[in-house]
Design a protein around this ligand. Structure first.
Ligand code: 13P
Ligand code: SF4
Length: 299
C-alpha cells in the first residue's frame, strides 16, 4: 500500500501533508507532518509539486488551498470535519460583531473559511499569544471559536477577551480527576497539555503547548519522561522526535474520530481518482487569505 501511494505521488507530482493527530501509518507516508501552524507555513511553501494531499480535517485543507491557490488540494476524507469549527457560522459571527462594533476579531484556524473571511486575523494554538499581543491596546477583542484557548490567552496576557462559547469536544471532556490520578501514578513525568483543554486541566500542567511546540520541547528539553495531554496521534510524532524518551498518554478518550477517518485506503483512492478537490469560492478565499496572511506576518 505504501509503495503504491508513493508511486502514485510521483506520477501525480503530489506531496502529502499530515497533521500530528493522524494515525502512525499516515504520518509515516507523509512528506511533512506538523501542527496547524507548521502545516499553514508548509502549504504556502509547496512550489515544485502540483498536488497537495492533505491528511487532516477540512478546515486545514481549506487553509492550504487558500494559501496556495495555484495547487490542486485533495482531501482523502472530505467528511472529516471539526466539531469545534462548526460551533460558529459566518452569520453568527456577523451578529457577534454587530454587538461589539469596531472590535477586532481573532479567529482560531479551527474554523470554516467563511468565518475566517469575517475575521481580522487568524491564530493557531502555537501563536495565539503573539497574535493577540500584536493587536495593541484596543478596548475590546473578539475571540472565536475556542473558549478554552481564549481563556488561556487571557490569563497569560492579563487582558480580557470576549470569547465565543465553542470548544473541542475531544479535549473538553478530559476529566480533571484522570489528570490528578495519572500525576500521582507517574510522579516523575512532566505533564504537558494542549490549550484546548479546560482551565482546571491547564492548571495541573507544567506546560500548556500546541502540538508542534510539544514535540520541540520533547526533542530539546533535558527531561526524559512526559505525560501527554492531547489527541493520541501525537504519541507517534513524539516517539519519532525523541525515541529514547518515555511518553505516557494521559487518557484513552483523547482521540479525535474525525482525524482518524483518513486511512491508507482513502489516501490511495484519493490519488487514483484525484478526489476530493478542495475548492473555496474565490470571494471567500480572498477575504480569508487576508486574515491568515495577517497571522503569518505576526508569527
Ligand atoms: P494544533 O496543535 O495543531 O494547533 O492542534 C489543534 C487541533 O486540534 C487540530 O485539530
Ligand atoms: Fe477539531 Fe478537536 Fe478534532 Fe482538533 S481534535 S479536529 S479541534 S475536534
Amino acid at each position: 500500500m505504501k509503495d503504491r501511494i508513493k508511486a502514485l505521488c510521483r506520477q501525480r507530482n503530489a506531496v502529502i501533508l499530515a497533521h500530528t493527530y493522524q494515525s502512525a501509518e499516515i504520518q509515516d507516508i507523509a512528506d511533512y507532518v506538523g501542527d496547524s501552524y507548521g502545516l499553514s507555513v508548509k502549504a504556502r511553501e509547496v512550489t515544485d509539486a502540483e498536488v497537495i494531499i492533505f491528511c487532516g480535517v477540512t478546515f486545514m485543507a481549506e487553509t492550504a488551498s487558500i494559501l496556495n491557490p495555484g495547487k490542486i488540494v485533495l482531501i482523502p476524507e472530505p467528511s472529516a470535519g471539526c466539531p469545534m469549527a462548526d460551533t460558529i457560522t459566518a452569520e453568527q459571527l456577523r451578529e457577534f460583531k454587530a454587538k461589539h462594533p469596531g472590535a477586532p476579531v481573532v479567529c482560531y484556524v479551527n474554523s470554516t473559511a467563511e468565518v475566517k473571511a469575517e475575521s481580522d486575523i487568524c491564530c493557531t494554538s502555537a501563536n495565539a499569544l503573539k497574535v493577540v499581543a500584536s493587536l495593541g491596546d484596543v478596548p475590546e477583542i473578539l475571540f472565536v471559536p475556542d473558549r478554552h484557548l481564549g481563556r488561556f490567552v487571557e490569563r497569560r496576557l492579563g487582558r480580557k477577551l470576549i470569547c465565543w462559547d465553542g470548544c473541542c469536544p475531544v479535549h473538553d471532556r478530559l476529566p480533571v480527576q484522570v489528570v490528578k490520578d495519572m500525576k500521582a501514578k507517574y510522579p516523575g513525568h512532566v505533564l504537558m497539555v494542549h490549550p484546548e483543554t479546560p482551565a482546571d486541566i491547564q492548571d495541573e500542567a507544567e506546560h500548556v503547548l500546541a502540538t508542534g511546540p510539544m514535540i520541540e520541547l520533547a526533542r530539546k528539553s533535558s527531561d526524559g519522561k512526559y505525560l501527554v495531554g492531547t489527541e493520541d496521534g501525537i504519541m507517534h510524532s513524539l516517539k519519532c522526535a525523541a525515541p529514547k524518551k518515555d511518553f505516557v498518554h494521559l487518557w484513552g478518550g483523547l482521540r479525535c474520530p474525525e482525524m482518524k477517518l483518513t486511512t491508507m485506503e482513502s489516501v490511495l483512492r484519493s490519488l487514483e481518482r484525484m478526489e476530493t478537490r478542495v475548492q473555496v469560492p474565490e470571494e471567500i478565499a480572498v477575504k480569508a487569505r487576508r486574515a491568515i496572511e495577517a497571522m503569518l506576518r505576526v508569527s
